[in-house]
Design a protein around this ligand. Structure first.
Ligand SMILES: [Zn+2]
Length: 93
């Protein structure tokens, strides 16, 4: 079974080179909902790091705007509604 993924442009923390990485939609959605860390990867330096707040917001926006099949739609809607709470929280500090 092919797991649905999304392509995400990451910037290498070491050399600032941008590269395309592919992440499982389920993994991203789950991490955004549960405030878990998202691991990103830069192939140029074979480097893993934890997604920053900005990167998480980019992923959230991508999930919200992308076309998803019915199976994924529920979780994407959850992420979108969760996002409003997150923004309110971040505005207070
Ligand atoms: Zn690099």
């Amino acid at each position: 079974m092919n797991e649905p993924t999304l392509k995400f442009l990451v910037t290498c923390p070491s050399c600032a080179l941008q590269s395309m990485t592919e992440i499982s939609i389920a993994l991203v959605a789950n991490a955004l909902l549960t405030e878990k860390n998202i691991r990103l990867y830069a192939s140029c330096h074979d480097l893993y790091w934890t997604a920053t707040f900005v990167e998480r917001e980019q992923l959230r926006k991508m999930l919200r705007t992308m076309k998803v099949d019915a199976r994924q739609r529920t979780v994407v809607q959850l992420v979108s509604s969760h996002s409003r709470d997150g923004l309110r929280k971040s505005g207070s500090h």
